[in-house]
Write a protein that binds this ligand. Structure first.
Ligand code: NI
Length: 218
């Protein structure tokens, strides 16, 4: 999901509140920029493979997370799922503010959203976009609060909770690992419109990402 900017009041790294944190997650400094996949590529439209015991603690998984953070910042996103860098693993990274101005940074393997009780299922309707649908934003209704369970890269269980914009991010990224884009939640007409806008805007957005990558690369 794209859209950053806002001065954080506090920072949660995974589920820990920390006193201070760099502007960009340290993983990004080690990571290599990867190509972001675009709507229509099959890997974005099928469920991904679980992160397994063999992956936990591996160099390969750590490197993928580094690369995903590097790619997230260059694309100016708040969340990125593994299939958006052409990797078939149930994993996403995020660096996202919530509506209270709290910043949330981390990664999550094998994310599963809690089914919230009906009484808690208040919907927010806000604009949403996706780095893999470069250009358009469309209104999407989603629950105001999200609780997502999974593990960190070492297999340690994690529960990440969010409200507002961060809840939207958690739901959007979990959709990705299940093979869905936000445009799949739109009416047929809005979906078509989003894809048409993407075709018109994608080159301009790719050029902006390339310029940003060059600037960061020195
Ligand atoms: Ni997305």
């Amino acid at each position: 999901m794209p859209t950053p900017t806002e001065q954080p009041k506090a920072v949660y790294v995974l589920s820990e509140l920390v006193d201070s944190y760099p502007h960009r997650a340290p993983q990004a400094e080690r990571g290599t920029l990867l190509r972001v996949t675009v709507a229509g590529e099959p890997i974005l439209h099928r469920p991904l493979k679980p992160v397994t015991e063999a992956d936990y603690g591996s160099e390969r998984l750590a490197t993928l997370i580094d690369d995903m953070f590097a790619t997230l910042y260059v694309a100016e996103g708040v969340g990125l799922a593994a299939n958006q860098v052409d990797a078939d693993l149930r994993l996403f990274v995020y660096d996202c503010p919530d509506d209270a101005g709290v910043r949330h940074v981390g990664h999550l393997c094998n994310p599963v959203l809690d089914d919230l009780p009906a009484a808690e299922r208040v919907l927010d309707e806000e604009d949403e976009g996706c780095l893999s649908v470069p250009g358009p934003y469309k209104r999407v209704a989603r629950p105001h609060r999200a609780v997502v369970r999974g593990t960190d890269m070492h297999g340690t269980p994690l529960v990440i909770e969010g409200t507002g914009f961060f809840a939207r991010c958690l739901q959007h990224e979990t959709d990705h690992v299940n093979g869905y884009l936000y445009i799949d939640r739109l009416s047929k007409r809005d979906r078509k419109d989003a894809l048409r806008q993407m075709e018109q805007m994608r080159e301009e957005i790719f050029a902006r990402r390339a310029a940003k990558a060059e600037a960061l690369g020195g």
